[in-house]
Design a protein around this ligand. Sequence first.
Ligand SMILES: [Zn+2]
Length: 250
Amino acid sequence: MSLLKTYRKEELSFLANEIVAEYNFENEVDVESIANKFINYHYDSYGVVEDGTEFEGLIIYDGRDFHIHINLDLVSFQNSKRARFSFAHELGHYFIVEHHHLLKNNYNPSKFNPKETNVIELEANYFASVLLMPKNKFEKICNGIEFSLDLVSKLSEYFNVSRLSVLLRYVEIGHYPIMMAYCKDGILEWFNRNDEFPFKAFKTKVGKELPINSAVGEYYKIGDYAKHTDIQKIDAVSYTHLTLPTSDLV
Ligand SMILES: [Zn+2]
């Protein structure tokens, strides 16, 4: 499930793989050495104003050269997992031909946001995830290993990317039925699932509360935090309708 079309994802994967294949990176992809030949980059403190003008990463064209700026106020430090993803995202804007042209015509790309719906930003995010976690290496590590949070941590350390990035990539290419949901203050902010995941009809919608009888819904409503410190096996019916409502059967 994705807002990007399959053919477009294939094009972006091909591009990112072609770039990364020119280097012999052991495990983590060195985004700076990819930039070296083409782009100037700068790490600096650009502020955390949160008025819509702040950014984690930014790429600009000054009429002659391209510059990537990484905001240390938001990504902690150079080569942090967040810094690396932002950097790779900005590389996407440089290498994706259509973005490159837009940049030369003063398009101003925005910061990384997992709720993003702007196709240009989604494409740069997708490019970044393929670049930082090439499919063949990712699958080699996952091969024969059951999905677990330990596996997610292992992949996160291996590629030096966040666990969130690993999870999104796992949903994309892992061979395990999975749905992930991001909630804040009891509200479902976004979710993602792969085609293998058998339950399609979520009992709530983005922007709405989680079902009260679900473990996460309970966590927010009752506040009995200690009760849910371990991974639990739960019934799918707490989160999903096992049959589609008739309104969805179109
Ligand atoms: Zn962007």
